[in-house]
Design a binder for this molecule. Structure first.
Ligand SMILES: [Zn+2]
Length: 361
């Protein structure tokens, strides 16, 4: 992975790269401290399927730790590039189909975020105004996945070879500096002349929503899972053969992104009876299933939003994404032998509200 990172971005500048696996209650997928990445133990599954989190945190050694966004309004510079680099590394070590599967999960997540922020469109911009805003309230997959889509859009425009050259030069030019979006765009225009005529850079960085020239991923696994999920909604159980190779990410896409919206609890429980998802040793499978089951069975959870700056003191029913995050966190606490009641956003990991996934930061 380090070798692939170096191929993409240039020499690894931090001498050592260590991974420290933290106790189960660590509330994130990973944290990219320079030289020593923190990891959740749930990425260790006995196979390589948790490697995507390591790829992500490693990629931060260049984008995020070497070049940093000047403030949180330009957070996409850290996470969009890192998500892009993560998938380039995954493509080499786990194969193009898995990289595309991850892109597909990201694409679904991004569309969910557009729904979540339909009344707060500022949060759907890459470069956004966070004056007076609690960053925890607006944390989402937008800087990750829309940022990834923007970086990929540039790659698709200029071709991989030219884009890889550009990336190396970008890192070499700004390493150990903090930059903003305009600095990046000026550098882009200076080094890829005419790019602004091919890509609407302002639309991508300053406008709301997902631009029309974003790329919905296509791959054998991704397409197959989406079509099997559609069939499940019509009452068809997937066969043993069809799920034989599935690991956490495949089940996650199948369960979370497609099932909860239109399935009966009995149908989901039958799925568990057949495939024993709730007992899976793969934590992503277990958590994805538990979240799906709880979403379907529990329409309302006790929720007091006293810690939420926008709704201080009021009770509210959380949005489905928050409810899902609450479930995930709850399950993780249970797994860690912790008890308590999920009462407020303080009971959630601060960066959990964007998605159910064990997201790397
Ligand atoms: Zn990250």
């Amino acid at each position: 992975m380090i070798r692939q990172g170096e191929k993409l971005f240039g020499e690894y500048d931090w001498e050592r790269f260590d991974l420290l696996v933290l106790p189960p209650s660590f509330p994130y997928g990973g944290m990219e401290n320079p030289r020593m990445v923190f990891l959740t133990p749930s990425v260790i599954k006995g196979d390589a399927s948790g490697g995507q989190v390591v790829a992500h945190e490693l990629a931060h050694s260049w984008t995020g730790n070497l070049i940093t966004n000047i403030n949180n309004e330009h957070f996409w510079l850290n996470e969009g590039f890192t998500t892009y680099a993560e998938r380039r590394i995954v493509e080499v070590v786990q194969g193009a189909d898995i990289a595309t599967l991850n892109m597909g999960i990201g694409w679904r997540g991004l569309k969910d975020e557009m729904e979540r922020f339909k009344d707060n469109l500022e949060c759907t911009k890459l470069k956004n105004n966070q004056q007076g805003v609690d960053p925890d309230d607006v944390y989402s997959q937008v800087p990750y996945e829309k940022g990834f889509q923007f970086v990929l859009r540039i790659e698709r425009q200029v071709g991989r070879t030219a884009f890889d050259e550009f990336l190396k030069k970008y890192i070499a030019t700004f390493k150990f500096k903090s930059i903003d979006t305009d600095t990046f765009l000026d550098f882009l225009k200076a080094n890829i002349p005419g790019i602004e005529k091919e890509i609407n850079l302002e639309l991508w960085t300053e406008s709301v929503g997902i631009p029309e020239d974003a790329y919905e991923p296509v791959s054998t696994i991704y397409t197959k899972i989406i079509s099997l999920a559609e069939e499940f909604k019509q009452g068809k159980m997937p066969s043993e053969d069809e799920v034989a190779e599935w690991k956490g990410q495949e089940w996650e896409l199948y369960l979370l992104e497609n099932l909860p919206k239109s399935c009966e609890p009995s149908q989901v429980m039958a799925l568990d009876k057949r495939y024993r998802l709730a007992e899976s040793k793969d934590y992503e499978v277990k958590v994805s299933f538990s979240a799906t089951r709880n979403l379907i069975q529990v329409q309302r959870v006790p929720w007091r939003s006293g810690e939420n700056s926008k709704n201080r003191g009021k009770d509210e029913v959380p949005s489905s994404t928050l409810q899902r995050s609450c479930t995930i966190w709850w399950n993780r606490r249970e797994a860690a032998g912790e008890t308590g009641v999920c009462r407020s956003t303080r009971d959630l990991p601060p960066h959990s509200s964007g998605s159910s996934r064990v997201y790397p930061l």
